[in-house]
Write a protein that binds this ligand. Structure first.
Ligand code: AGP
Length: 609
């Protein structure tokens, strides 16, 4: 995901921008740049590669100026080279622009500007914004910016610096997050609160089509695209700086795995009504009748959030008897889905900015469905555009590989299933049992985390495996899918998840001594079935790692590594069985020397199609 950090105030801008870019590194990027305003010229420095390359390019030189903007780019149009790196300068050097998102009509605009003799240097869509503003500029920067923005189609988060206006930094948002950080004498513009929390906890989240004019006297004004003033409230963010630091762990991912006892506690806090055997989720439709009338649920998401949705499908159908289907958002948005008057669409997204999931949400709303969101980032686009929903409340998830968000998403889905179930066919006693079991989860996760060294030892025997299979049944089939994704995205080892019984329909042909198999097999009603799958696998000489709740000699006879974890209700087992798989993937990736927090080719939030 691309990142924006802007500053205007009384201090030197360059060091503030560099620090802000470092706080945005976790988003994943492949080039970086910044611009600092000086009366003579806009001083632009841009490099492919990491921030350290940008610092080298700055070469210890002074960049005097108290206003500027920086950008980390994850390439969408044009390869990650210097000429495509932001900021982009206008043809006359009067404007510098950084951009998140995609300008869908950039070719049309680019051709028109080229016909007027304007030369383009990059292959990006973003460059067109700088030239367009300069082309329209006749001395009134606000007017030129608004005119240009009204000509853009597509998504943008913009930072705009004008040579003639040292007293002003401009930001604009449509479909790509942007906020203003308000400190005592300084103002910050950013795409992510992580880049401003070191300076202030007061932020204003911009809405779509907001344009903000930030001044060096500490004031700001927000208008819409028709230049009408709009008011946006100043919010207090809960994050603190240590949230964004690693807290003594080698990687954000490990920190976040170990945060899960707390994150599950925070996610369920105040929402589990043990004495009533139900859950309270104020963000859902307030009208209880509306919840009671739901006759179908479509869950839509991507990646790990999709696998959480798969667990939710099993939970809601079991407890509430409502038919549920889970759809990849990228598929759902282009299908012709059947949505009835009492269909609820549940969009799940940790970042709240995944383009496909947002598009699926909008498509379902276009078809008249009530669209609810489950997300972690307060003020994110999903949070703003859904008709209601539930925040995860687990703090920023920095590691690209999602961990605490997954267990929180499953926890929220369990509470939704409990709430809907208690309106239909879950008895008081059953509800109390489920709520109590949920309350005990953090302590059980804590127990599992004590196996970290044991799992690290297991990992050391599998770092060179060319492939992996992950198997699970029922509630643990989605966990097998999630475990495979964790491994492949950070270790770069190919891994596939399957329903355990499915191996006989093809995948067993893959199995030999070079194909380790991870089997999620808690001691539940299907355990004996899974055990026979394990025997089939062992007969083909594969090494087997099993995650179970009860070891015995019979099981150990057919497995190479047995990881025993605490037990809970079947519906809640995914929150426990996923933890060893997170740790296994993490340690294998570390042992392979990979950049665990920023794996190659990946970004924390896929904000483009
Ligand atoms: C999960 O580890 C990956 N980082 C990825 O699959 C992620 O879950 C997916 O991109 C969805 O992100 P979201 O939850 O922010 O929408």
């Amino acid at each position: 995901m691309c990142g924006i950090i802007g500053y205007i105030g009384k201090k030197d801008a360059a060091p503030i921008l560099l620090k802000g870019l470092k706080d945005l590194e976790y988003l994943g990027y492949d080039s970086a740049g910044l611009v600092v305003h000086s009366p003579e010229a806009l001083q632009v420095v841009r490099t492919p590669g990491k921030i350290v390359e940008l610092e080298k390019a700055m070469g210890g030189k002074e960049y005097p100026g108290t206003m500027g903007v920086g950008h980390t780019r994850w390439a969408t149009h044009g390869e990650p080279n210097k000429v495509n790196t932001h900021p982009h300068l206008s043809f006359d050097g009067k404007f510098a622009v950084v951009h998140n998102g995609i300008i869908e009509n950039y070719m049309t605009l680019k051709n028109k500007l080229m016909q007027k003799g304007i030369e383009f240097k990059s292959d990006t869509d973003s460059e067109v914004v700088a030239h367009l503003i300069a082309h329209l500029y006749k001395g009134d920067v606000g007017k030129a910016v608004l005119q240009a923005l009204n000509m853009l189609q597509g998504a943008f988060g913009l930072g705009i610096v004008s040579l003639d206006n040292p007293e002003m930094l401009i930001g604009a948002r449509r479909g790509s997050p942007l906020l203003v950080g308000i400190a005592k004498d300084d103002l910050f513009l950013s795409s992510d609160v992580a880049a401003v929390i070191g300076h202030t906890s007061k932020v204003v989240y911009l809405d779509d089509n907001d344009v903000v004019f930030m001044r060096n006297d500490g004031s700001h004004r927000i208008v819409n695209l028709h230049s009408q003033e709009v008011q946006r409230e100043v919010e207090e963010v809960e994050f603190s700086v240590e949230h964004v630091e690693k807290g003594g762990f080698d990687h954000f991912m490990l920190k976040e795995i170990f945060e899960q006892p707390d994150s599950i506690r925070n996610c369920t806090r105040g929402r589990l009504l043990i004495n009533e055997g139900t859950a309270k989720l104020s963000g859902l439709a307030t009208n209880i009748k509306e919840l009671r009338s739901i006759d179908r649920i479509i869950i839509t998401a991507c990646g790990t959030s999709y696998y959480a949705g798969m667990v939710g499908e099993y939970m809601i159908e079991e407890l509430a008897g409502i038919p549920v289907e889970v759809e990849y958002a990228s598929e759902f948005r282009y299908r012709n889905p059947v949505i009835g008057p009492n269909t609820i669409v549940l969009a799940i997204s940790q970042s709240g900015e995944t383009a496909d999931t947002l598009a699926a949400l909008k498509e379902s709303q276009r078809r008249g469905a009530t669209a609810l969101g489950i997300c972690n980032v307060v003020g994110s686009t999903l949070a703003r555009e859904s008709d209601g929903g539930v925040y995860l409340h687990v703090g920023p998830e920095i590691g690209v590989a999602s961990t605490k968000a997954f267990t929180a998403q499953v926890s929220v889905l369990a509470m939704i299933a409990l709430l809907l179930g208690r309106m239909r066919r879950v008895s008081f006693e059953q509800g109390v049992e489920i709520a109590q079991a949920m309350q005990e989860l953090p302590a059980k996760v804590q127990e599992i985390l004590k196996l970290n060294d044991r799992i690290k030892d297991i990992a050391s025997r599998f770092t060179n495996a060319p492939n992996f299979l992950y198997l699970g049944r029922h509630y643990n089939y989605p966990v097998a899918m999630e475990g495979a994704l964790k491994l492949k995205e950070i270790s770069y080892i190919h891994a596939e998840g399957y329903p355990a019984a499915e191996i006989k329909h093809g995948p067993i042909a893959l199995i030999d001594e070079n194909m380790p198999v991870v089997v999620v097999a808690p001691k539940d009603a299907l355990f004996e079935k899974v055990l026979s799958n394990i025997q089939e696998i062992k007969a083909r000489k594969a090494r087997v790692i099993v995650v179970t709740t009860e070891a015995n000699e019979h099981l150990e006879q057919f497995t190479d590594e047995v990881i025993v974890i605490p037990s809970t209700l079947s519906m809640l087992m995914p929150i426990l069985t996923c933890i060893p798989l997170q740790l296994l993937a993490y340690h294998i990736a570390v042992l392979r020397g990979n950049n665990v927090d920023q794996p190659r080719n990946l970004t924390k939030s896929v904000m483009v199609e």
